[in-house]
Design a protein around this ligand. Structure first.
Ligand code: 3PG
Length: 397
């Protein structure tokens, strides 16, 4: 069901689950991409005259209020983007939430405080989650699931609530699913996937799945050192998941067997320490000095990766190539972003997935419109690419 299937919405209270889990520096939002991505659904609902109640989480508080995880900065930014005041209830489903919702007029938006301040949200106990869903349901007449970044979580405001209220899928989730399907169902070839980020262990499922589907797998970021170690190279002080080396060896063997090209960096930017101003050099990927740590792929590798993306027709990128937050180690991430933009201009379908790579694209100043799709999902987009059923989507059908 889409929002249109919910019928007449004028005067109805509509609960929207959004993903406003944005990066913060103190109380400053450093990337508001997830908030902007939520606007189409919210505008659709306010234009229809609904009283919009948004619920969302921020970070991983331990089931009780914590000031640093308050959604106050989000309410302020959302209000700016919508050009209206967004009232933040002081609690999740308590007296403040009830009063805030009761005071809403048609076309107005309120935000409930961080839903993970209520321990029942993430409880493994179904009856606890159901109790929170019942409390949420008292605040609304219908539910719209639009927090794509959280649809892989079986949580009260994502999953259980959809079984209680008339439920529909929001514009963001629809757009995400349409785009990600182009990479999972019969992708145009060559299909290249760029994987980065810090941990191989976070990406095990997706790598195994991609070995069945992709033509090329380009590996960078912190996880690449486990690949280099699996090839027998020493990686100095670089990030290494020793317990994943054997698994990675298995991936390399499977890729060879299936004719999937695994592209690893040939040079690495290696630094003395993890710091923006750390002394650093470009070294061959198979000769990282013992006292150094790799913080980015090198310039030769950046060219190699770009060449492997140039003729691709479908490209998925998840995870930065290096510590892009430090300018000295942003070169690889910049090069991959630019190569994707060039390939997109030449007709490829390109998806940037994962909170970090999407933020990297924006923080490094690239134009989001130069990519076919920038996903708001981190774990959710990975699980989608893995082919897993996502509870927050499955419950709607
Ligand atoms: C994310 O940032 O990927 C989503 O908001 C989900 O957050 P979680 O991993 O804490 O459930």
């Amino acid at each position: 069901k889409t929002i249109a299937d919910l019928g007449e919405l004028r005067g109805k209270r509509v609960l929207v689950r959004s993903d406003f889990n944005v990066p913060l520096d103190g109380s400053t939002i450093t990337d508001d991409g997830r908030i902007r991505a939520a606007l189409p659904t919210l505008k659709l609902l306010t234009d229809a005259g609904a009283k919009v109640v948004v619920t969302a989480h921020l970070g991983r508080p331990k089931g009780a209020p914590e000031a640093k995880y308050s959604l106050a900065p989000v309410a302020a930014r959302l209000g700016e983007l919508l050009g209206t005041t967004v009232t933040l209830a002081q609690d999740t489903v308590g007296e403040s939430a009830k009063a805030t919702v009761a005071a809403l007029s048609e076309g107005e938006v309120a935000l409930l405080e961080n839903i993970r301040f209520d321990a029942r949200e993430t409880s493994k106990d179904e009856s606890e989650r159901a109790a929170l869903a019942a409390d949420l349901a008292e605040l609304a007449d219908a539910y719209v699931s639009d927090g794509f970044g959280v649809v892989h979580r079986k949580q009260a405001s994502v999953y259980d609530i959809a079984q209680v209220l008339p439920a529909a899928v929001g514009e963001l989730v629809l757009k995400e699913v349409d785009s990600l399907k182009r990479a999972t169902e019969d992708p145009q070839r060559p299909y290249a996937v760029v994987l980065g980020g810090s941990k191989v262990s976070d990406k095990l499922g997706v790598i195994a799945n991609l070995l069945e589907k992709a033509d090329r797998l380009l590996i960078g970021g912190g996880m690449v050192f486990t690949f280099l170690a699996a090839q027998g190279h020493s990686v100095g002080k670089s990030l290494l998941e020793e317990d994943q080396v054997e698994t990675v060896k298995g991936y390399l063997a499977k890729a060879a067997e299936r004719g999937v090209e695994i592209v690893l960096p040939t040079d690495i930017v290696a630094a003395d320490s993890f710091a923006a101003d750390a002394p650093h050099d470009v070294v061959p990927a198979d000769a990282i000095p013992d006292a150094r740590m790799g913080l980015d792929i090198g310039p030769e590798s950046a060219k190699l990766f770009a060449s492997k993306l140039a003729d691709a027709k479908t490209i998925v990128w998840n995870g930065p190539m290096g510590v892009f937050e430090f300018d000295a180690f942003a070169g690889g991430t910049r090069a991959v972003a630019q190569a994707m933009i060039d390939a997109t201009a030449a007709g490829a379908f390109s998806i940037v997935g994962g909170g970090d790579s999407a933020a990297a694209v924006r923080i490094l100043g690239f134009d989001e419109a130069s990519f076919s799709h920038i996903s708001t999902g981190g774990g959710a987009s990975l699980e989608f690419l893995e082919g897993k059923s996502l509870p927050g989507i499955a419950v709607l059908s």
